[in-house]
Ligand binder design. Structure first.
Ligand SMILES: [Zn+2]
Length: 95
């Protein structure tokens, strides 16, 4: 394991499962969404045919690893989550 053992769990779950997006604003050809779990924000610029032309992310402090969005980090945090799943420390859906 690497230095990601201290990586916040709310960020780790998003890297593993993807973000939990909710709409923030939808005005003209631009929509903004926010992840309810980690608070990453995404802004999409849509064409007149509603295709996404441009997408920009604004990550919370500490989400990126060494200032970059490292893909391997997702695998490292997934390994940690797999261990934590045995000890109930991750968030589970409510039945
Ligand atoms: Zn998220």
């Amino acid at each position: 394991m690497t230095g990601l053992s201290e990586y916040p769990l709310r960020f780790a779950a998003c890297r593993d499962l993807g973000h939990a997006w909710f709409y923030l604003e939808w005005r003209n050809g631009t929509r903004a969404v926010r992840c309810q779990q980690c608070h990453t924000e995404r802004k999409d610029t849509l064409s007149s045919a509603f295709r996404v032309m441009k997408r920009r992310y604004n990550y919370p402090k500490g989400y990126t690893v060494s200032g970059q969005l490292r893909i391997e980090a997702a695998l490292e945090v997934r390994a940690r989550l797999a261990r934590l799943a045995k000890t109930q420390h991750i968030r589970w859906a409510v039945a």
